[in-house]
Design a binder for this molecule. Structure first.
Ligand SMILES: C[S@@+](CC[C@H](N)C(=O)[O-])C[C@H]1O[C@@H](n2cnc3c(N)ncnc32)[C@H](O)[C@@H]1O
Length: 276
């Protein structure tokens, strides 16, 4: 199922699954349609070959960017390129464009600015302040931010077989039918109290939502629909995924908010095999 040469997502996205593709794809069964309720950077979508993909994320800026690229293709890629020039890689330009992004409602310009912020901002983080929902990541100070042209063209081609939606994962899970295969990469259960990995958007993802997701996965498998889930491996996940098959492994991750603090953490893949 997995391609020989792996394709990188064109966005930097926390929790990206590029390095875990072999593990994920070796467990992901074939089917007519791939459903990803938490698509993020889309590493799994890009590296599998389903007839159709239903891709969701609660981050509206992310989904609008994908929809704009899908519709506009080459022209949009050229618009994005115009922001990747030397004179716009300065602190002053960054904060000016960040303000423009926060005021902009026009989807094409907002999406091009979102990509600019993703590649010029600190660590590729995506963070909004809770009160005003404004993007507030500081300048990244990169020498020459990479313009992901090749990756965008690849995504554009793949997107011809995709539908992008922005809704809560519960709705997307309920769209699965016989022939669907579901891969879930939710914001992870915190490893410990200081872990900052769950803050993908205002509101985060509660333990109640983790339980709801596990329950929905189990219900789908009873209906004959396979569901594969990624998460940290700890007492909580072992408990909520108890009716699934579990594969555990170690992964090098940045678990602190400080970029330099990299350590090995235990993760798992929980597989809900179809019962019919
Ligand atoms: C771990 S990331 C996905 C990483 C992705 N699979 C990749 O390979 O790059 C989790 C995603 O869940 C999204 N998310 C958070 N809460 C959500 C919710 N309630 N419903 C749907 N998506 C949600 C976040 O915006 C984030 O993009």
């Amino acid at each position: 199922m997995i391609k020989q040469n792996k394709i990188r997502p064109f966005l930097k996205w926390a929790g990206g699954k590029y390095r875990l593709l072999d593990r994920i794809c070796s467990l992901l069964p074939g089917g007519k349609q791939l459903i990803e309720p938490f698509v993020g950077g889309g590493a799994v979508f890009l590296n599998t070959n389903f007839e159709h993909c239903l891709l969701n994320d609660a981050n509206a800026d992310l989904i609008t960017l994908y929809q704009v690229l899908q519709k506009e293709g080459h022209q949009f890629i050229e618009t994005c390129r115009s922001f990747f020039v030397k004179k716009l890689n300065s602190e002053k330009s960054y904060y000016h464009l960040r303000k423009r992004f926060n005021e902009c409602l026009e989807p094409i310009e907002r999406s091009a600015l979102f990509l600019y912020l993703n590649r010029h901002g600190y660590n590729g983080l995506c963070r909004y302040n809770i009160k005003k929902n404004e993007f507030n990541v500081p300048f990244g100070r990169y020498l020459k931010p990479y313009f992901p042209e090749k990756e965008m063209y690849y995504f554009y081609e793949k997107s011809k077989r995709a539908t992008f939606v922005c809704e809560d994962f519960t709705k997307t899970m309920k769209r699965a039918k016989k022939g669907s295969v579901v891969y879930c990469d939710p914001p992870y259960v915190p490893l410990n109290a200081t872990s900052c990995f769950t803050t993908y958007r205002a509101g985060g993802f509660s333990l109640e939502e983790q339980k709801k997701l596990a329950l929905l996965a189990e219900k789908l498998s009873v209906k004959g629909i396979p569901v594969l889930l990624s998460n940290h491996s700890n007492h909580f996940t072992y408990d909520v995924y108890q009716s699934a098959l579990i594969k555990e492994f170690m992964v090098q991750r940045f678990i602190s908010c400080k970029a330099e603090e990299r350590t090995a953490v235990r993760e798992l893949l929980a597989f809900y095999t179809p019962l019919t």
